[in-house]
Ligand binder design. Structure first.
Ligand code: SF4
Length: 255
């Protein structure tokens, strides 16, 4: 029998007010950065947004505590087997983190994992990736090696039940993961603000596929300068599927 998808739960008013305020402030910040025509300012705005999002999450958890304990924790890598997207400034920030915190040998190992994964995943859709799951090349010992600067999409991912996440990988099929909705919304608001705010000022902030973007950010030492100069250095990593989803979400926000 065909399963009826659950009706999305409407978030309480106080939670919505916090989310609205976050969305407005991130959009203002991204638009201002982008109207300056300044990719550097956009990168700085994204760093501030990461801190702001952590504060907002603390606020939301107090306002609307999760209905069940969130199951995510150390050495739980199941959600790190799906297609992830991020913006160019997020990819550049992760590359900085890798260069600052890893030895030359470790950097070479990470890049080798990225190149091997990219060969398998380039151009694949979310469903195709779910049918042939591969671990994110930034995973080390089942932990995210770039956790402090992980993409917004990863900040939003959460689950009340790790066995469902594990099933998605072992059974190679997407599952309906029970999750804390405000955390998902915070991440999608940030992703929307980057895409929309960038476009408003002519900065190409379309979402990129994580593996392909990290390959470019790490392989090309001048990736930042080229992106800052308005060159399409990340064009090979643009995730058109995610871009369509973000535009759809901006048209029909689910609150
Ligand atoms: S960047 Fe980190 S959190 Fe995101 S998928 Fe990769 S390992 Fe997981």
């Amino acid at each position: 029998m065909k399963k009826t998808p659950p009706t999305p739960r409407r978030l309480p008013l106080a939670t919505n007010a916090v989310l609205h305020e976050l969305e407005d402030s991130l959009l203002r910040e991204m638009e201002a950065a982008s109207n300056d025509g300044s990719e550097q300012r956009m990168e700085a705005a994204i760093a501030v947004a990461c801190d702001r999002i952590d504060e907002v999450m603390t606020q939301l958890t107090a306002l609307e505590p999760p209905q069940r304990p969130i199951a995510c924790g150390a050495r739980c890598p199941w959600c790190c087997h799906v297609k992830v997207n991020l913006s160019a400034p997020e990819a550049l920030r992760i590359a900085d983190h890798v260069r600052a915190h890893k030895t030359a040998t470790e950097q070479a190992e990470i890049l080798a994992r990225i190149v091997a994964t990219d060969a398998e995943t380039r151009g694949r859709t979310t469903l195709e990736r779910a049918a042939a799951p591969r671990p994110c090349p930034l995973l080390e010992d089942d932990n995210c090696s770039v956790h402090p600067v992980r993409p917004f999409a990863c900040r939003g991912a959460n689950s009340f039940d790790a066995t469902v996440c594990k099933r998605a990988v072992t059974e190679r099929a997407p599952q309906m993961v029970p999750a804390y909705a405000p955390q998902l919304r915070v991440a999608s608001i940030a992703r929307g603000a980057i895409t929309f705010g960038g476009a408003a000022g002519g900065i190409d902030a379309r979402p990129l596929e994580l593996v392909a973007a990290m390959r470019i950010a790490l392989e090309r030492p001048n990736a930042r300068e080229r992106w800052s100069g308005g060159m399409p250095v990340f064009s090979q990593a643009i995730d058109e599927e995610a871009h369509r989803q973000i535009l759809q979400m901006l048209k029909h926000p689910r609150r």
